[in-house]
Design a protein around this ligand. Structure first.
Ligand code: SF4
Ligand code: SF4
Length: 373
C-alpha cells in the first residue's frame, strides 16, 4: 500500500528516506550495519519537533538565506522542515511582544537548541540591541539555558568581517565573548564556520548530537572534527594538478581552461580546514574551485586580516615549485630539470613523497592549536 512506503517525512518515500540516512551517516562519520538504522531513529525523533531558537546579531543574513534556499532532496531541507523553529527574527510570523513571548517561553523551558548567526559587539555592547537588550546580554542568558549552542557562519564563530581591523565595535565570536567577557571561562559552543554558514553543516551537527546524545569532538577553536578535521586542499578535485606542478598562473590562461590548481592565484585551500569539496554549495552542485575561483579561507579565524589579499598566495605557505630557474642556477637545461622536478616537488610538497608535508609554518598557524585561538 502506498502509505506504507512513505516515511514520517511528508513527500519522501521510505526508500529515499533510507538513502538520505545513508548519506547523513557518511557525513557524520558513522559506518557499519547499524549506521543507517541509527540515523533513521534519530531522524524519526525529529517528528517530535525539537525546539530551536535562532538569534541574529552582527550579520548579513547570508547564513539564514543559505538555510532557506536549501532544496529538496538536500538533507538540510528534509530536517529543517521537522524542527520547531520557535524564534527567528527574519522568518517568524510573530512580531513585537508576541515574538518576545515565544522566545522567553522556549528559553525558559530549557528544552531547546540555540543557533547563533552573527558576531557580538563589545565596545560598546549597545552597538547591537534587540527589543532593548544587547546581543551580549541575550547570548549570555540564552547560552546558559540551551541544551547546546551552535554558531553558524564565521561571524558568530570568530567575528568575521565585523572583527576585521580596526574592528570598531569590538566584535567577537560567541565562544570568545562568553569566555573572555561574560564570566564563563569554560563556555563550550560548537563552531560551524564558513561564509555563509552551510546549512548541511548545521544539520549534520544537530544530527550528530541527536544520534550520539553528546557533543561532537571539537578542535581547539571549537569546530567539530568530523566536519572540519581536514583541509580543503586534502579533498580538492584539483589536487592531482597541485601534485603534478600544474598551476593556473593568471586567471583566463590555458591552465584555467584545463582546470589546473589555483594555488598561485591565491587559493587558501592548503591552510583552510573545511569540508567544502565534500558538502559543497547550491544544492551540493559545486564550490568555488569547481567554478575556477580560489578558496579564500573563510572558515579560518581572522581570515580578512591574515589571509588577504584573496588573489595572492597564502602568506607563509610556499612550495618548492615557486623557485625560479635563476634561483636554481642551472642555465640551459633548467626547464627540463624544473619540469621533472615539479612532479617530484609536488609529491614532496604534499607529503606523499616524504611524510610530514610541504608547508612552511602556515599549517601550524592556521590549523587547530592547543589552547584556543
Ligand atoms: S591549492 Fe586550492 S585549487 Fe589547488 S589543490 Fe589545493 S585546494 Fe585545490
Ligand atoms: S571553499 Fe574556502 S572560501 Fe569557499 S566556503 Fe569553503 S572555506 Fe570558505
Amino acid at each position: 500500500m502506498e502509505h506504507e512506503e512513505m516515511s514520517l517525512f511528508p513527500g519522501l518515500s521510505r526508500r529515499d528516506f533510507l538513502k538520505t540516512c545513508g548519506a547523513l551517516a557518511g557525513l557524520i562519520g558513522l559506518s557499519g550495519p547499524m549506521a543507517v538504522p541509527k540515523v533513521a531513529e534519530a531522524l524519526e525523533q525529529l517528528a517530535k519537533r525539537p525546539a530551536v531558537v535562532w538569534s541574529l546579531f552582527q550579520e548579513c543574513l547570508g547564513c539564514s538565506v543559505n538555510l532557506l534556499q536549501s532544496r529538496k532532496p538536500a538533507p538540510a531541507n528534509l530536517i529543517l522542515q521537522q524542527i520547531s523553529l520557535n524564534y527567528h527574527e527574519a522568518v517568524m510570523a510573530a512580531a513585537g511582544d508576541q515574538a518576545e513571548k515565544s522566545f522567553n517561553d522556549t528559553v525558559n523551558s530549557g528544552d531547546f537548541y540555540y543557533i547563533v548567526e552573527g558576531a557580538i559587539a563589545t565596545t560598546p555592547k549597545e552597538a547591537i540591541t534587540i527589543h532593548g537588550k544587547t546581543a551580549a546580554d541575550i547570548v549570555t542568558s540564552t547560552y546558559k539555558k540551551a541544551k547546546a549552542t551552535i554558531c553558524i557562519g564565521s561571524c558568530s564563530c570568530y567575528g568575521n568581517i565585523q572583527a576585521a581591523a580596526p574592528n570598531p565595535t569590538g566584535a567577537k565570536g560567541v565562544g570568545d565573548f562568553l569566555r573572555q567577557d561574560a564570566g564563563i571561562p569554560d563556555a563550550v559552543v560548537i563552531n560551524s564556520p564558513r561564509c555563509p554558514g552551510n546549512a548541511d553543516d548545521t544539520v549534520a551537527i544537530l544530527l550528530y548530537v541527536l544520534v550520539n546524545k553528546k557533543l561532537p569532538e571539537l578542535d581547539s577553536i571549537g569546530r567539530p572534527k568530523f566536519l572540519f578535521g581536514v583541509t580543503v586542499h586534502d579533498n580538492c578535485e584539483r589536487r592531482g594538478h597541485f601534485d603534478n606542478g600544474e598551476f593556473v598562473q593568471v586567471f583566463g590562461d590555458e591552465g584555467s581552461d584545463k582546470g589546473w590548481c589555483l594555488y598561485k592565484v591565491g587559493c587558501k585551500g592548503p591552510v583552510t580546514y573545511a569540508p567544502c569539496p565534500k558538502t559543497r554549495w547550491n544544492g551540493q552542485h559545486g564550490w568555488p574551485v569547481t567554478s575556477g575561483g580560489p578558496c579564500i579561507g573563510c572558515a579560518e579565524p581572522d581570515f580578512w586580516d591574515k589571509l588577504t589579499p584573496f588573489y595572492d598566495k597564502a602568506p607563509g605557505f610556499h612550495i618548492p615549485g615557486d623557485i625560479t630557474p635563476a634561483q636554481i642556477g642551472v642555465g640551459l637545461g633548467a626547464l627540463t630539470a624544473v619540469g621533472i622536478g615539479a612532479h617530484f616537488i609536488g609529491q614532496a610538497a604534499t607529503g606523499r613523497l616524504f611524510k610530514g608535508g610541504p608547508v612552511e609554518g602556515k599549517e601550524e598557524e592556521a590549523g587547530p592549536k592547543e589552547g584556543g585561538k
